[in-house]
Design a protein around this ligand. Structure first.
Ligand SMILES: *Cc1c(COP(=O)(O)O)cnc(C)c1O
Length: 399
């Protein structure tokens, strides 16, 4: 799309890609990425406008289609992920919906792992069936269940790994192979791992989806999303779908996100280190009954997590208290970690999934996902980990 080639070198390592790649420097030679806060573009002549509409992609024509600040964000993320093509969206949920809705049609089948974020579950379990799409949920950890469900053929498989909030791990290589044998595309929501800790395309995934609201912005400022995949998938299906349905990212938010990418590796690395300290502290503490963290040997899928992730993530999940009353007392006693349903932020955030993000599910569905009334999701931020541990320690006394 851009007329000027964005900055990049194929020899750059991830941290260099995150600080430089995708930069489109204007004639003013600015240091920082510019915000092109414009909805449209002008043409010197009517002929130029005619040519722009004829020749798809030779210049910017309208910011629902493309915008230079959004291109910078898209390119930087694409080059980090190693994908052929990318499109940014206004939120993570717009990305999830578009990633599927752009190519599936009436009569198709979608097979998804049951352990999903509430809104992903709503799209696949409630919205898609209304359009005549058959959806099947399986235990994402059980390869036999995937195999069985895929016998009927499939247009798309979908999963989160690690899942929100149960931190279930799906064997990406195995599910990619099974999906391809059944003739479908494997779509993965890679939010919990972030592009730094897990590279699904290398395991055979076809489409990778992000909520950029999480680790990419990582500073609680902006919603955003992205879908990455092959050039063919993006040009044939995704781009026309987004162009005509319009979940476009604001150029200002794209600027926040491209600047978020610059510091993402420093932030995610630090949060991962702190998360492991906190998980170990909680595991040793008498008042927590279950601590889940992919970097703890006690995680039921520790070996698989190690095989496909290069870090264990920024989220720790645990049960604290014997019932909702005790767990609420603990949450209310926290002074540094704040109660919020967001995650992947520089500030540590705690969530009670049963009454917030997964409130809509029936109690038996929550039980299937290992979400009890005592389950706490802790998104580890950038504070000094010792301060976070002291905060947890004093709040656990409330139980
Ligand atoms: C937050 C989240 C989303 C949705 O992203 P938004 O930017 O809030 O729309 C999708 N999937 C997962 C796993 C998430 O955590």
């Amino acid at each position: 799309m851009p007329l000027i080639a964005p900055e990049h070198s194929p020899t750059w390592r991830p941290r260099t890609v995150l600080t430089h790649s995708g930069m489109l420097r204007s004639q003013f030679e600015e240091t920082a990425e510019a915000i092109y806060m414009t909805s449209g573009y002008v043409y010197k002549t009517a002929e130029e406008a005619e040519a722009a509409f004829k020749g798809d992609g030779i210049r910017y024509v309208y910011s629902r289609y493309a915008n230079p600040t959004i291109t910078m964000f898209e390119e930087r993320l694409r080059l980090l992920e190693g994908a052929e093509a990318v499109r940014a969206t206004s939120s993570g949920m717009a990305a999830v919906f578009a990633s599927l809705a752009c190519f599936i049609k009436k009569g198709d089948r979608v097979v998804a792992s049951r352990a999903l974020f509430g809104s992903c579950n709503y799209i696949i379990g409630t919205i898609l069936p209304r359009y005549g799409i058959e959806t099947v949920f399986v235990d994402g950890r059980d390869l036999g269940a995937w195999e069985q469900a895929l016998k009927g053929g499939v247009a798309a498989t979908f999963c989160e790994s690690p899942s929100n909030p149960g931190l279930e791990i799906v064997d990406l290589k195995a599910v990619a192979d099974l999906t391809h044998k059944a003739g479908g595309l494997f779509v993965i929501d890679n939010v919990f791992a972030s592009p730094l800790l897990q590279r699904p395309l290398e395991f055979g995934a076809d489409v990778v989806v992000y909520s950029a609201t999480k680790h990419i912005d990582g500073q609680g400022r902006s919603l955003g999303g992205a879908v990455l995949g092959s050039q063919q998938y993006v040009s044939e299906f995704l781009t026309p779908f987004l162009r005509h349905t319009g979940p476009a990212l604001s150029p200002f938010n794209a600027w926040l996100l491209v600047k978020g990418l610059e510091t993402m590796s420093l932030r995610v690395d630090q949060s991962c280190r702190s998360a492991l300290d906190i998980a170990k502290f909680l595991e040793a503490h008498g008042k927590t009954t279950r601590v889940l963290y992919p970097g703890l040997e006690s995680h039921p899928q520790y070996a698989l997590a190690k095989k496909q992730m290069t870090g264990s993530g920024t989220i720790v999940v645990f049960d604290a208290g014997k019932d909702k009353t005790e767990t609420f007392r603990f949450l209310n006693a926290l002074q540094l970690a704040r109660i919020s349903n967001n995650l992947g932020d520089s500030k540590s955030l705690v969530t009670h999934p049963a009454t917030t993000t997964h409130q809509r599910l029936k109690p038996e569905e929550r039980a299937e996902l290992n979400i009890s009334d005592s389950t706490v999701r802790f998104s580890v931020g950038l504070e000094d980990p010792q301060d976070l541990i002291e905060d947890l320690e004093q709040a656990l006394k409330a139980i």
